[in-house]
Design a protein around this ligand. Structure first.
Ligand SMILES: [Zn+2]
Length: 151
Protein backbone atom coordinates (compact mmCIF):
# COMPACT_ATOMS: atom_id res chain seq x y z
CA UNK A 1 0.00 0.00 0.00
CA UNK A 2 1.24 3.49 -0.86
CA UNK A 3 2.66 5.43 2.10
CA UNK A 4 0.30 8.25 1.10
CA UNK A 5 -2.64 6.19 2.42
CA UNK A 6 -3.72 5.79 6.02
CA UNK A 7 -6.61 3.92 7.62
CA UNK A 8 -8.88 6.36 9.44
CA UNK A 9 -12.47 6.68 10.64
CA UNK A 10 -15.16 8.36 8.55
CA UNK A 11 -17.80 10.70 9.98
CA UNK A 12 -20.28 7.77 10.02
CA UNK A 13 -17.95 5.68 12.20
CA UNK A 14 -16.86 3.27 9.44
CA UNK A 15 -13.19 2.83 8.72
CA UNK A 16 -11.85 3.96 5.38
CA UNK A 17 -8.64 4.64 3.47
CA UNK A 18 -7.62 8.27 3.34
CA UNK A 19 -4.92 10.16 1.45
CA UNK A 20 -2.51 11.83 3.84
CA UNK A 21 -0.79 13.67 0.99
CA UNK A 22 -1.79 14.87 -2.46
CA UNK A 23 -2.04 11.99 -4.96
CA UNK A 24 -1.53 12.49 -8.69
CA UNK A 25 -3.90 10.99 -11.25
CA UNK A 26 -2.74 7.45 -12.24
CA UNK A 27 -0.52 7.06 -9.16
CA UNK A 28 -0.45 3.49 -7.75
CA UNK A 29 -2.20 3.26 -4.37
CA UNK A 30 -2.42 -0.48 -3.71
CA UNK A 31 -0.69 -3.39 -5.47
CA UNK A 32 -2.63 -6.65 -5.30
CA UNK A 33 -0.28 -9.50 -4.46
CA UNK A 34 -2.54 -11.85 -2.51
CA UNK A 35 -3.14 -15.52 -3.34
CA UNK A 36 -5.69 -16.39 -6.04
CA UNK A 37 -8.81 -18.12 -4.73
CA UNK A 38 -11.64 -19.88 -6.58
CA UNK A 39 -14.30 -18.05 -4.55
CA UNK A 40 -14.95 -14.47 -3.41
CA UNK A 41 -14.35 -13.26 0.13
CA UNK A 42 -15.19 -9.99 1.83
CA UNK A 43 -11.75 -8.63 0.86
CA UNK A 44 -11.18 -10.15 -2.57
CA UNK A 45 -11.40 -8.62 -6.02
CA UNK A 46 -12.42 -10.73 -8.99
CA UNK A 47 -10.03 -11.11 -11.92
CA UNK A 48 -11.73 -13.88 -13.91
CA UNK A 49 -14.49 -16.46 -13.68
CA UNK A 50 -13.66 -18.38 -10.50
CA UNK A 51 -10.49 -16.35 -9.86
CA UNK A 52 -10.38 -13.90 -6.97
CA UNK A 53 -7.29 -12.19 -5.52
CA UNK A 54 -7.49 -12.18 -1.78
CA UNK A 55 -7.12 -8.77 -0.17
CA UNK A 56 -5.24 -7.88 2.96
CA UNK A 57 -6.39 -6.48 6.28
CA UNK A 58 -4.23 -3.39 6.00
CA UNK A 59 -5.24 -2.29 2.51
CA UNK A 60 -8.48 -3.09 0.70
CA UNK A 61 -10.17 -4.28 3.88
CA UNK A 62 -11.00 -0.62 4.36
CA UNK A 63 -11.35 0.45 0.72
CA UNK A 64 -14.94 1.65 0.52
CA UNK A 65 -17.23 1.79 -2.48
CA UNK A 66 -18.43 4.96 -4.18
CA UNK A 67 -20.61 5.20 -7.29
CA UNK A 68 -18.31 8.10 -8.31
CA UNK A 69 -15.01 6.66 -7.13
CA UNK A 70 -11.65 8.47 -7.20
CA UNK A 71 -9.65 5.28 -7.71
CA UNK A 72 -9.89 2.32 -10.11
CA UNK A 73 -8.30 -1.07 -10.60
CA UNK A 74 -5.67 -1.32 -13.35
CA UNK A 75 -6.26 -4.96 -14.32
CA UNK A 76 -2.91 -5.26 -16.14
CA UNK A 77 -0.89 -5.30 -12.88
CA UNK A 78 -3.32 -5.61 -11.04
CA UNK A 79 -3.21 -2.53 -8.83
CA UNK A 80 -5.38 0.32 -7.59
CA UNK A 81 -4.64 3.68 -9.25
CA UNK A 82 -5.94 7.21 -8.75
CA UNK A 83 -8.64 7.99 -11.31
CA UNK A 84 -8.06 11.72 -10.82
CA UNK A 85 -5.92 13.97 -8.61
CA UNK A 86 -6.82 13.34 -4.97
CA UNK A 87 -6.31 15.95 -2.25
CA UNK A 88 -4.81 15.19 1.15
CA UNK A 89 -7.62 14.23 3.54
CA UNK A 90 -9.94 12.78 0.87
CA UNK A 91 -11.22 9.26 1.27
CA UNK A 92 -9.99 6.80 -1.37
CA UNK A 93 -12.90 4.93 -2.97
CA UNK A 94 -13.38 2.34 -5.68
CA UNK A 95 -16.49 1.40 -7.63
CA UNK A 96 -17.26 -2.19 -6.61
CA UNK A 97 -19.32 -2.69 -9.78
CA UNK A 98 -16.00 -2.69 -11.66
CA UNK A 99 -14.43 -5.38 -9.46
CA UNK A 100 -17.05 -8.06 -8.95
CA UNK A 101 -19.70 -9.78 -11.04
CA UNK A 102 -21.65 -10.65 -7.94
CA UNK A 103 -20.60 -9.26 -4.57
CA UNK A 104 -19.90 -11.49 -1.61
CA UNK A 105 -21.88 -9.09 0.60
CA UNK A 106 -24.53 -6.81 -0.87
CA UNK A 107 -25.25 -3.44 0.77
CA UNK A 108 -27.06 -0.11 0.39
CA UNK A 109 -24.86 2.77 -0.79
CA UNK A 110 -24.95 6.24 0.73
CA UNK A 111 -22.04 7.69 -1.24
CA UNK A 112 -24.00 10.82 -2.11
CA UNK A 113 -22.98 10.80 -5.80
CA UNK A 114 -25.61 12.41 -8.06
CA UNK A 115 -26.03 9.09 -9.85
CA UNK A 116 -25.71 6.76 -6.87
CA UNK A 117 -26.88 3.27 -7.87
CA UNK A 118 -28.32 2.53 -4.40
CA UNK A 119 -28.25 -1.25 -3.98
CA UNK A 120 -24.69 -2.46 -4.52
CA UNK A 121 -24.87 -6.08 -5.64
CA UNK A 122 -22.37 -6.47 -8.48
CA UNK A 123 -21.93 -5.89 -12.21
CA UNK A 124 -24.41 -8.66 -13.03
CA UNK A 125 -27.30 -6.59 -11.66
CA UNK A 126 -26.69 -3.37 -13.63
CA UNK A 127 -28.73 -2.46 -16.68
CA UNK A 128 -27.08 -2.80 -20.09
CA UNK A 129 -26.66 0.97 -20.26
CA UNK A 130 -25.04 1.15 -16.81
CA UNK A 131 -22.67 -1.67 -17.76
CA UNK A 132 -21.63 0.10 -20.96
CA UNK A 133 -20.73 3.24 -19.03
CA UNK A 134 -18.41 1.22 -16.79
CA UNK A 135 -16.86 -0.83 -19.61
CA UNK A 136 -13.53 1.12 -19.67
CA UNK A 137 -12.92 0.22 -16.01
CA UNK A 138 -13.83 -3.46 -15.89
CA UNK A 139 -11.66 -6.56 -16.43
CA UNK A 140 -11.84 -8.67 -19.59
CA UNK A 141 -14.04 -11.34 -18.05
CA UNK A 142 -16.71 -8.72 -17.23
CA UNK A 143 -16.55 -7.28 -20.75
CA UNK A 144 -17.51 -10.74 -21.98
CA UNK A 145 -20.62 -10.55 -19.78
CA UNK A 146 -21.98 -7.22 -21.06
CA UNK A 147 -25.70 -7.39 -21.58
CA UNK A 148 -26.48 -6.98 -25.25
CA UNK A 149 -29.71 -5.10 -24.83
CA UNK A 150 -30.50 -2.12 -27.02
CA UNK A 151 -31.42 1.04 -25.14
ZN1 LIG B 1 -23.54 5.25 -4.32
Amino acid sequence: MSDKIVVSTRPDGQKGLFANAAVQKEEILITYTGPILDHPTRLSIQIDDDKHIEGTEDSNAFLNHSCDANAYVDWGMPCLRARRNIAAGEEITCNYFTTDYELHEKFSCRCGAPRCIGEIKGFKFLSGQEQLELEPWVPEFLKRKLKLESS
